[in-house]
Design a protein around this ligand. Sequence first.
Ligand code: ADP
Ligand code: MG
Length: 337
Amino acid sequence: MNASNIPPPQAALSVRDLTTTFLTAKGRVTAVDRVSFDVLPGEVLGLVGESGSGKSVTLRSIMRLVHAPGTIAGQVMWRGRNLVTLVDRDMRQIRGGEIGMIFQEPMTALNPVLSIGVQIDENLKTHTSLDRAKRLRRAIELMELVGIPEARRRLDDYPHQFSGGMRQRAMIAISLASNPKLLLADEPTTALDVTIQDQILQLILELKSELGMSVVFVTHDLGVVASICDRMAVMYAGRIVEAGPVNAVFAEPHHAYTRGLLGSVPHAGAERTMLLSIEGTPPSLAAIPSGCAFNPRCTFATDICREAIPAVSSIGSAHLVACHHHDRVAVAGGLRV
Ligand code: ADP
Ligand code: MG
């Protein structure tokens, strides 16, 4: 989300009007609808929203992992080039190279018939000019970096021989092999127990500082947003409805959807608290309500909300919201249930 269409000069990634459609039995649906946001160098941007709001499709669209008859439109500016229109050969170089991705479910992203060592090596071969001996050394280093014990020996293991936590670490090692400048992390810790989650979050933060990487982090966990994200963007029905510095959004949500999601968070919000569920359910993509897609679930809604998609307003310098009644929502304060 951005009030202007001009990316800040310092942005590492600038997404503008990203729109992704799929062809379904009910016709063409829009899963990501004119999404705009920037990721600054070295920052962690949290992307939150209920299941089905378009977070994974947004990340997959940035990586161009949406195939026909699905369509991707808009701009994804990365190092002066628009990834949406880049030729496949160049995109393959960037995907898994300058931009790494950790998928929601490691088992679907890892190749079950190749050892972890071979999978790290493939990435090193594609994205670095290291010779064989140096690649082996680097693979061991990466395994150690992500905290996999007995790294040398475990290189020969296959994904099914790893526990859930170790598999997630292995996937991080593979995605980091190319020294990415941007990491797209799709709920990378959701399936893991709390101790391992904390270790992996710590690891991502350390790597971010060491490698000067930017991160887009999709999560359901507001504690994670509060503790590791600099800014956050809230998605609903394929659109970003609110975005801004985590402190500002937590302290004074301006969209009723954000207010609802944050409702269960005690003030500092540092503990592990899942997004609150809001009464009603998100719309099906085949029947997105007119106007503001949230209007049927919104206690602030009036006629205009059913008629017109709200424009993006700026609150202060970096906080943006798309709500016709954001002043009223802000005055209502955070829900504390
Ligand atoms: P989430 O925010 O939970 O990550 P997703 O981005 O996975 O949500 O999905 C957004 C919407 O797009 C969902 O309604 C999902 O069913 C739909 N969707 C995702 N991939 C496809 C596809 N290949 N074909 C049709 N619909 C899809
Ligand atoms: Mg998802």
